[in-house]
Write a protein that binds this ligand. Structure first.
Ligand code: GYE
Length: 341
């Protein structure tokens, strides 16, 4: 009896100890998981990205590049906003990033002017701002940390230099050459820079007549409309300079519908910018004479810049991405197959 009783008490005792242990370790276990998630969150770098819109193939690729870079696996928490071409939407997005106290703000400004106030607000909140693709026109350059993008003036010059060489080859250095220009979003860095760059070369040639420059908003639909207008006003256009591929696609449609031909063996030479996959195919088959590349893969560069800032290293005020010039001569099958955008 006595032995049985003590046996029963021992079992109850062991059970009690077990329950107690489970409670202790169990709760420790849960606390640990909670703490780990908390710590993980705290370790993530929160980045607010204000993209200007989704007007072009370049833009889609640029957005993808950013989204592929700022992933949870890379240690980031990305808050992404698409401003649909409106500066006021970008201002709103940036202000919301500030109120959420993000660690970094990255944005691609739709136009260059009108950013002082919001950038000042970001600065006062101690949030570093990184510009992507396009730049801003501000007196106080300390309002942003750095800019990762393209040298648009150089891109414009590359277009001019290609035309110089081509006209020399064709022996057309004296007779008039009629040029129309489809420009991108007015006041954007890419429109301003490409215009300045091309004009720098054009001004050296008395026989180059720029008949008209007109904004087609970097979109295919507007490109077609504006090109139709050019064709109705000018019967003998020799060259179309189109500041991006999307406008070029529209412009080529308009030219073909008018009964004229384009490209290497056509009536009208086509100079384009961006070099997205669809346009490179057209370079390869001679529809587009030359495409000045604008590299949208900026996510990797932005990661590097933030790594440097996190390590307390100094960064430069401007980083230019690597870019090429494509003509029928250098667009290989390999390049076409590798093109991811
Ligand atoms: O060329 C165009 C776009 O700013 C470089 O914007 C960018 C331009 C690009 O939408 O396609």
């Amino acid at each position: 009896m006595f032995r049985k009783k003590s046996y029963g008490i021992a079992v109850i005792g062991i059970l009690l100890v077990l329950v107690l242990m489970l409670m202790m370790f169990g709760s420790r276990l849960f606390t640990d998981i909670d703490e780990t998630t908390q710590v993980e969150k705290e370790n993530q770098i929160v980045v607010g990205v204000s993209q200007l819109g989704s007007e072009s193939g370049f833009r889609t690729a640029n957005t993808e590049s950013v989204q592929n870079a700022f992933t949870q696996e890379n240690g980031y928490f990305l808050i992404y906003n698409n401003a649909r071409q409106r500066q006021e939407n970008q201002l709103k997005a940036i202000r919301s990033f500030i109120s959420q106290r993000v660690d970094y703000i990255i944005f691609s400004p739709v136009v260059e002017t009108g950013w002082e106030t919001v950038l000042q607000e970001a600065k006062e909140a101690g949030i570093p701002v990184i510009l992507m693709d396009r730049s801003v026109d501000v007196e106080d350059e300390s309002l942003y940390v750095t800019c990762v993008g393209s040298d648009f003036v150089e891109e414009g010059e590359k277009a001019g230099h290609w035309l110089e060489q081509e006209l020399r080859k064709r022996g057309r250095t004296q007779e008039p050459v009629n040029i129309v220009v489809l420009t991108g979003t007015e006041g954007s860095s890419s429109q301003l820079g490409r215009t300045v760059g091309f004009d720098l070369v054009a001004n050296k040639h008395e026989n180059w007549n720029i008949l008209e420059q007109k904004c087609a908003e970097f979109t295919s639909t507007r490109g077609k409309e504006v090109m139709r207008g050019f064709l109705s006003r000018y019967p003998d256009i020799d060259v179309v300079v189109s500041q991006n591929d999307d406008m070029t696609f529209g412009a080529i449609e308009a030219i073909k519908e008018s009964g004229q031909t384009v490209g290497v063996n056509g009536d009208i030479m086509i100079i384009s910018f961006d070099a997205v996959a669809g346009a490179l195919e057209m370079v390869a088959d001679g529809t587009i004479n030359v495409d000045i590349e604008c590299n949208p893969n900026q996510g990797e560069y932005l990661l590097q810049v933030i790594d440097m800032l996190e390590a307390g290293e100094p960064v430069e005020k401007q980083y230019y991405v690597k870019e090429d010039v494509f003509t029928m001569e250098n667009v290989t099958r390999e390049i076409l197959e590798e093109r991811s955008y």
